[in-house]
Design a protein around this ligand. Structure first.
Ligand code: TRP
Length: 458
């Protein structure tokens, strides 16, 4: 099977696809509000350290495992560690993909709806009135049919891209959408910077306020470095499996990280300059995108256009991430079960959509599972994946290299495609050791807190 495996068309295509996976709602929505609430540049510095120490190691680890085996996670771990339990790490990845995409698809649907609201001038009556914007949002997501309708459209678009394959689907669309995302963000950032008072937003984002940086901000930064780089569930293993041995994996990983970080910063600039110019509440937290911005855009000249461009940008970022999650599931059924791409994508895309419908309906649309889970099903799926499944997946990947596959084997594969490398075995061992220790500590403290009520971190 593996000799007919699809491959990326070019190095640029691969980098754009992988950074398309990385750049998503996490960059444009989560990062700006996290930085805004956790000490601005102080948070950003911690976040950059997490990305460079833990994130970079795991991105490279996933690329190496994928390229070495030319298989998606389950097959990859099975090949490198035959007859062991490590293949369960692959299954954990496939399971995480189900969990994440089910709620990610719901958010994708909201974004689609907001493109239409903005286009039809629907933000107009929200000018300078975030409370009205919050009501509009709350009213919409708690409906039964409308959010589900938009979620289904979003998922159908994802399925369409993935059915078309690696080169004609993922790579093709990433090559179109990633440059558009960057251009749109630059335009929005310039627009924000040139508004009177816009520069205040820069200060808010980039002035370090160490008093706002707590131990839990550090944990947040670490968790986010996993989420934003799409790590811990085999996305990058799967994307790496479509590579040939000519590529330099270190430079590819650095590119992905640089693009991901640059786009998060640009999004922060575009959003906070606009928010400050119009005296809106920068600490709007999670509501920043859906409550604050819709009340800010209509106050700008050409507000409907800016609002629409923003939500189109967000839609493209969400789509290039969502397809990478679906590809993990599809690749599993192709590699391990011998299914056709079309059958795997359509069947499991449909299953994920159905689970997502429950997420959507748990926001007030009629299915109340709160008694069962303690929180809404939507929040449950979010916490389960970003607090447990992804960090555990990342931790085990680091341990896999250190304990099972071996740093030497890992380095042999990494060096293919690199002209000369100064990487030493010791350095790699230390990096993976740090990554494993830090993530392990955080997982343990989380479990202690939830199960035993013991707080290690603040
Ligand atoms: N990285 C994406 C974001 O920032 C989300 C994402 C895509 C993801 N694929 C993933 C997160 C795999 C975890 C695992 O929005």
């Amino acid at each position: 099977m593996s000799n007919q495996r699809e491959q990326w068309g070019s190095k640029l295509g691969f980098i754009l696809a992988a950074s398309g996976s990385a750049v998503g709602i996490g960059n444009i929505w989560k990062y700006p509000h996290m930085a805004g609430q956790n000490g601005g540049a102080a948070f950003t510095m911690v976040y950059l350290v997490c990305i460079l120490v833990v994130g970079l190691s795991i991105v490279i680890a996933e690329f190496v495992i994928g390229r070495k085996t030319q298989l998606s996670p389950v097959g990859a771990f099975e090949t490198l560690a035959p007859k062991s339990s490590w293949k369960w790490l692959g299954f954990l990845g496939v399971a995480s993909a189900f969990v994440i995409l089910s709620f990610y698809g719901v958010v994708g649907g909201w974004i689609l709806k907001y493109i239409f609201i903005s286009l039809s001038g629907g933000f107009h009556s929200l000018a300078n009135n975030p409370d009205a914007a919050e009501k509009l949002f709350g009213g919409f997501v708690s409906l039964t049919w409308s959010p589900v309708f938009f979620q289904i459209i979003f998922m159908v678009i994802c399925i369409y891209v993935i059915v078309n394959g690696v080169k004609e689907g993922i790579e093709r669309w990433s090559k179109i959408m990633m440059p558009l995302i960057i251009v749109l963000l630059i335009v929005l950032a310039i627009r924000g910077l040139t508004l009177p008072n816009g520069v205040e937003g820069l200060k808010f984002l980039f002035q370090p306020k160490f008093e706002d940086l707590t131990a839990s901000s550090v944990v947040l930064a670490l968790g986010h470095s996993f989420f934003t780089l799409s790590l811990g569930m085999g996305t990058m293993i799967t994307y790496g499996s479509y590579l040939d041995r000519k590529q330099n994996l270190l430079s590819s990983a650095l590119w992905v990280i640089a693009l991901d970080t640059a786009i998060a910063m640009l999004a922060g600039i575009a959003i906070f300059t606009t928010v400050f110019a119009l005296n809106a509440d920068p600490a709007g937290g999670a509501g920043l995108i859906f409550f604050i911005l819709p009340s800010v855009f209509p106050q700008l000249v050409g507000g409907a256009i800016w609002g629409t461009l923003f939500f189109i940008l967000l839609f493209m970022a969400a789509l290039t991430s969502a397809i990478s999650i679906l590809e993990v599931v599809t690749a599993y059924f192709i590699d391990q079960k011998g299914w056709s791409r079309k059958k795997a994508t359509i069947q499991f895309g449909a299953v994920i959509t159905i689970v997502g419908v429950f997420c959507s309906l748990s926001m007030g649309g009629g299915i109340n599972l709160t008694e069962f889970f303690g929180i809404s099903f939507f929040d449950f799926m979010d916490y389960l994946s970003s607090k447990y499944m992804l960090p555990i997946g990342g931790l085990l990947t680091a341990l896999f290299i250190l304990k099972k596959w071996g740093v030497n084997n890992f380095m042999d594969e990494l060096k293919k495609g690199m002209d000369k490398s100064k990487l030493s075995k010791e350095l790699i061992t230390v990096l993976f050791g740090i990554a494993a220790a830090v993530v392990g500590f955080i997982i343990i403290s989380e479990i202690l807190e939830v199960v035993f009520g013991i707080t290690l971190i603040q």
